[in-house]
Design a protein around this ligand. Structure first.
Ligand code: FDA
Length: 319
């Protein structure tokens, strides 16, 4: 109930105008967001890299309303790619959302922007992960991914949401095509005919998909690249200790070397677990969002863990 309400608020323009006007809201959000500028994000890249953690950078933005906004978002992504290109030691790649670069406006425009982003990523010797959004965009996102593959782009990966009934079929198809996949539970509000309503079913599906990804990594001998930029097939993106333990156990039993997968977590969440996995010798990548469009991202983080609302309220009383 509270989760649904917070996800509704994440999309409501009136709530965005209200909340982003409160200074204590940014104070709370900045636990999850590296800062508003690219320099802030690059500083965090260096801090995390120094701890043995790789990074994926997200210049925040989604649902742009005009072709000009989609162009601006594409230019912002170019700047992030160029910053990584200028710093060969930075162990990082980039994550993007297709509605950020025009998917909700015009699929052709989005395809053009995506293709330019992949070309720019190649020049900068890095990789682009396409985030997965809510179900009105799932088919379009997968179609555009395949369109890019047909055009010869290989420096691009996808994400799959374990809460969707279709996730198993999508994962099997994409692993067959050697797609690197970030496996997440899913952060949006979906109807019961599209997504498992019960958390236990989502968790069980997550473990099943983990097996498929690990088997795919074994069959295709995929490994994290030495520069930390291009991941192997499975990216287990969760803070759920049971899901992580399952992945470790299954990979170990199957004989997958540690760099045949990676664990991913969000900036500001379970830093202890991130560091523990690094100590155990696993590749870890932290998703680092930055920029001024932090509101929907932040609201989804509140929805995932309503206890975060207390943190929000505490900041209000701090004045
Ligand atoms: P779960 O929600 O069961 O949480 C397990 C534990 O993790 C909690 O008990 C708590 O300790 C901690 N935790 C989880 N969320 C927290 C929060 N917000 N604040 C504090 N603690 C928290 N989704 C999507 O739909 N499309 C996408 O492209 C992505 N991309 C993505 C990248 C990466 C690197 C990650 C880690 C996650 C995503 N997600 C996503 C979000 C994902 O779908 C999911 O909503 C969150 O990861 C929370 O689910 P968990 O797997 O962590 O489990």
């Amino acid at each position: 109930m509270l989760r649904s309400f917070l996800i509704y608020l994440s999309k409501a323009a009136w709530a965005q105008n209200l909340v982003t006007g409160w200074s204590f809201a940014w104070r709370t959000a900045s636990r999850f967001v590296a800062g508003t500028k690219l320099e802030d994000a690059m500083r965090v890249v260096h801090e995390l890299n120094a701890k043995g953690i790789n990074v994926t950078l997200d210049h925040l933005g989604e649902h742009t309303n005009t072709p000009e906004e989609a162009q601006q978002a594409t230019d912002d992504i170019f700047a992030t790619l160029d910053a990584l290109g200028a710093d060969a030691n930075a162990r990082g790649n980039v994550s993007i959302k297709l509605t950020q670069i025009g998917l909700g406006l015009d699929e052709n425009l989005c395809a053009q922007n995506l293709e330019r982003i992949l070309a720019r990523a190649k020049q900068n010797k890095t990789f682009v992960r396409v985030d997965i959004e809510d179900t009105p965009y799932t088919d379009k996102t997968i179609n555009l991914y395949y369109k890019m593959r047909e055009k010869g782009h290989t420096n691009v990966g996808m994400a799959v949401q374990a809460y969707l009934y279709r996730a198993e079929a999508d994962t099997r198809r994409m692993v067959e095509d050697k797609t690197t996949i970030r496996l997440v539970k899913g952060a949006y509000q979906e109807p019961a005919d599209k997504a498992f309503p019960k958390k236990a079913d989502v968790d069980a599906n997550y473990d099943l998909l983990t097996k498929i990804l690990i088997d795919g990594s074994l069959a295709n001998h995929t490994r994290l690249s030495r520069d930390g930029r291009v991941p192997a097939i499975p990216a287990i993106a969760s803070h759920d200790e049971k899901r992580i333990a399952f992945a470790k156990q299954y990979a170990d039993k199957a004989g997958l070397p540690k760099d045949g997968l990676e664990f991913q977590m969000l900036y500001g969440i379970r830093r202890d677990l991130q560091e523990l996995l690094v100590q155990e010798g696993y590749p870890v990548r932290v998703y680092v969002p930055f920029g001024t469009h932090w509101y929907p991202y932040f609201m989804r983080r509140l929805a995932e863990r309503p206890a975060n609302i207390w943190f929000f309220i505490t900041n209000f009383f701090k004045g």
